[in-house]
Design a protein around this ligand. Structure first.
Ligand code: CDV
Length: 312
């Protein structure tokens, strides 16, 4: 019997610096209503969905930095989205900047949550691979200050059994690291959902073309899907944000590593696909049957013989 999850990759167009969260949430709700008309079970929004991609701005004032973060979720601005999710019976994945009190101290994370069809948060992930730099870099065409504003995530790469399947999350730069998908693959993941804010241009290699940047983005996610026999739903921010063009081209990738649906615009756009979670079974039983073929003891031998740094 098929286990179909109808997924909406909810690409979000540009959000300008002055745009408030309420206006953004209204756009997200519009995408959610469209998702309902199209029969979606789950909507996937991008990384840091609620604001412009603020890590491109160099800030020194802590209060100004905190103004880009959410102290609780849901909060006043986002509660209508959670309520709509419950009313419509649709799950969603949302990226946002999280200000969390832990061990008596405040911490800043680049976070994503998974909300089930009753509007309840069932999973939280905090980005581990924070790209960029922490100080203003005059050599770059534009800044990417994630290392300044976020701490690396401290929740690992768990999976969640919800909405009839096994779901995992990661965020943007995480998708370029094969071990991210593998750690979830080893836990039997059937669908990885993720969002990204990827600039069109490489601030350290200005002649790199958009085509190459899309190639690397898709290559990473398609490999992650194939090598772990999982669906991958990769959702971009798009368009020109405060003068900075973003990559767009959100994709849904099947467990064979093929792109089965793709966004075509530079704006808010919903890309829908029926993802049968049972399509993950063949790869998990055959080529990527980890229990059967993955000889971890031989990895250790290679490490010993080559003098490579052993895993902790
Ligand atoms: N937001 C990101 O993590 N962006 C990175 C950029 C810096 C390349 C990415 O991997 O898409």
């Amino acid at each position: 019997m098929a286990r179909v999850v109808r997924v909406g990759a909810a690409q979000v167009g540009p959000i300008q610096k002055a745009e408030g969260r309420q206006a953004v949430v209204a756009r997200l709700m519009e995408l959610m209503r469209e998702g309902k008309k199209k029969g979606c079970d789950l909507l996937v929004y991008p990384e840091l969905t609620l604001t412009t991609f603020f890590p491109r701005w160099y800030m020194t004032d802590e209060t100004e930095v905190d103004s880009w973060f959410e102290k609780e979720m849901p909060n006043e601005a986002t509660r209508p989205l959670f309520e709509l999710s419950r009313q419509l019976g649709m799950g969603f994945h949302l990226g946002y900047a999280e200000l969390a009190k832990e061990g008596g101290k405040m911490h800043r994370y680049n976070t994503a949550i998974l909300v089930d069809k009753s509007g309840k948060t069932v999973g939280k992930y905090r980005k581990v691979h924070l790209p960029g730099h922490s100080e203003f870099d005059p050599e770059r065409t534009h800044q990417h200050l994630e290392k300044r504003y976020f701490e690396p995530g401290n929740l690992g790469f768990p999976v969640w059994r919800t909405m009839g399947g096994v779901f995992g999350m990661c965020i943007c730069n995480d998708r370029r690291w094969p071990e991210v998908f593998r750690v979830m693959g080893l836990q039997g993941v059937e669908m990885v959902v993720l969002g990204y804010n990827t600039p069109n241009v490489n601030s350290q290699k200005p002649d790199e073309k958009l085509e190459q940047r899309l190639f690397h983005s898709n290559l990473s996610m398609q490999a992650g899907a194939y090598q772990n026999s999982t669906w991958v739903v990769g959702v971009a921010k798009a368009g020109v944000e405060d003068g900075n063009p973003l990559i767009a081209g959100s994709v849904i990738i099947n467990p064979d590593g093929r792109i089965v649906a793709e966004a075509k615009t530079q704006d808010d756009e919903l890309v829908v696909h029926d993802c049968d979670l049972d399509d993950t079974k063949f790869g998990k039983k055959t080529m990527f049957n980890f229990a059967n073929h993955r000889r971890v003891e031989h990895y250790k031998l290679i490490v010993e013989r080559t003098g490579a740094i052993p895993p902790p």
